[in-house]
Design a protein around this ligand. Structure first.
Ligand code: NDP
Length: 450
């Protein structure tokens, strides 16, 4: 049986399939029938591709391609974000949708997996252009989504403003006020803590890793963060709140990195949030004292000492050499805020260090577990919409924390059962096996494979 992800070249999707498949080997050895399930589940239930023509501020016609990959509805309505970025293509959306299936399973909530977006570039576009793009995009997407069918959310390039425009467009096309998107404004059905959820959740997951490995907490932990968008900002704020030291942020133009022991302040992170809302870059801000801006660089190789890393920008942003540099600088814990930020070579470096089993072992928390907090609170937003009520910030935050702790425990226990040597169990094996088993067993019960 072959596991070629597609007959056409889809490098990111093939990479994601390989990453999951390789960690399922012990399960397939124990129960070979699950290989059949994998063969079925790696093909999306449906892919929708559509034209998005929209008018720019000069009255000219612009056109982009829109996509929605409805990957799996085994555990609930398709659920996963919309990405607006010029790099968007089917390979990237299939990789993200495939990961999303197992991530959503790990939240313990009833959500299937999907992903969508467009190669539209919001950078440099006015609010009016973004609104007109969102209306055109939703003109077609509105035929394919629904509160019990498919509930998209934000991702790169899609924040509260875009979700608002998309929601308004859906409402006018379909004449219904329904929970068809998450990440909405609080006044029209959004959930408290949804903007914070992915970043906070990754840090809650890390807290569990640190506690389980050493009994310590975040205080004084030197933390490298990449990205400076939604996930990076809230991860940084939570690390600062817990007493950790944030050594870096980055964006598509470069990285801002501490020269020594200085950490970023929450006031500076707020400035970054304002800047990013206007489409600016870190290089536009004057570097805080003790920090230096590195044009065109990523932060991983630029510090002498690091305890924790939270990659939170995009896929394949840590290569094997960068992983080795962090290990040499003392890295102990890495949890992925972004989706697939570590290349396979980087994962091999981290997992290789774990297997050495020393008390200095590196522990790797994969994105599908560590960043599931965002979609988990999206699931809580769906529950609130169905009940037509809203929970307080404290209630949602407590539920998020509980979901991240349970997710960590699931990865830990399953990792212990299925991973090889090492004092600490493999969380990537644990996450993949636990997520896959839940989906595969439900799919079998529904007659999808046999
Ligand atoms: P944002 O658009 O808010 O921020 C993305 C950040 O990554 C920006 O700093 C951006 O830089 C940087 N970036 C994007 N593409 C590249 C690139 N090719 N090279 C270098 N830097 C890049 O997105 P989010 O914070 O929402 O998403 C970040 C990651 O987290 C993604 O992988 C996403 O899939 C994942 N994720 C997000 C969730 C969410 O709830 N938002 C949930 C789970 C995962 P610049 O500002 O210069 O464009």
């Amino acid at each position: 049986m072959s596991y070629t992800a597609s007959t056409v070249s889809e490098p990111e999707f093939q990479q994601a399939v390989h990453e999951i498949r390789s960690t399922l080997a012990p399960l397939f050895k124990q129960s070979p029938e699950y290989e059949n399930a994998f063969k079925v589940l790696m093909i999306p239930e449906r892919i929708i591709t559509f034209r998005v023509a929209w008018e720019d501020d000069k009255g000219a016609c612009q056109v982009n391609t829109g996509f929605r990959v409805q990957f799996s509805s085994v555990l609930g309505p398709y659920k996963g974000g919309l990405r607006l970025h010029p790099s968007v293509n089917l390979s990237i959306l299939k990789f993200l949708g495939f990961e999303q299936i197992f991530k959503n399973a790990l939240t313990g909530l009833h959500m299937g997996g999907g992903k969508g977006g467009s190669d539209f570039d919001p950078k440099g576009r006015s609010d009016n252009e973004i609104r007109r793009f969102c209306v055109s995009f939703m003109r077609e997407l509105s035929r394919h989504i629904g509160a019990d069918t498919d509930v998209p959310a934000g991702d790169i390039g899609v924040g509260g403003r875009e979700v608002g425009f998309l929601f308004g467009a859906y409402k006018s096309f379909r004449n219904e006020f329904a929970g068809i998107l998450t990440g909405k404004g609080f006044d029209f059905g959004g959930s408290k803590i949804r903007p914070e959820a992915t970043g906070y959740g990754a840090v809650y997951y890390l807290e569990e890793m640190i506690k389980a490995a050493s009994g310590e907490d975040f205080k004084g932990k030197k933390t490298l963060i990449s990205g400076s968008g939604n996930v990076a900002q809230y991860a940084a704020l939570k690390v600062i709140e817990l007493g950790g030291v944030v050594l870096s942020l980055s964006d598509s133009k470069g990285a801002l990195v501490s020269e020594g022991d200085e950490g970023l302040t929450s006031e500076f992170i707020e400035k970054v949030a304002e800047l990013k809302l206007k489409g600016g870059y870190l290089k536009d801000l004057s570097a805080p004292s003790g920090f230096k801006y590195h044009e065109g660089a990523r932060p991983w190789t630029l510090v002498k000492k690091v305890d924790v890393a939270i990659p939170s920008a995009t896929q394949n942003e840590i290569n094997g050499d960068e992983a080795k540099a962090m290990v040499a600088a003392g890295l102990r814990y890495i949890a992925e805020g972004a989706n697939m930020p570590s290349t396979q070579e980087a994962i091999d470096v981290f997992e290789g260090e774990r297997k050495k089993g020393s008390d200095k072992a590196v522990w790797y928390g994969p994105g599908k577990a560590a960043n599931c907090g965002g979609v988990a609170v999206s699931g809580l937003e769906m529950a609130q919409n169905s009940a037509r009520l809203q929970w307080s910030e404290e209630e949602v935050d407590a539920k998020l924390k509980n979901i991240m702790q349970t997710c960590f425990r699931t990865c830990y226990e399953t990792g212990k059962e299925f991973s090889d040597s090492g004092a600490l169990p493999s969380l990537v094996v644990g996450a993949n096996v636990a997520g896959f088993l839940k989906v595969a067993n439900a799919a079998k019960a529904q007659g999808d494979w046999f």
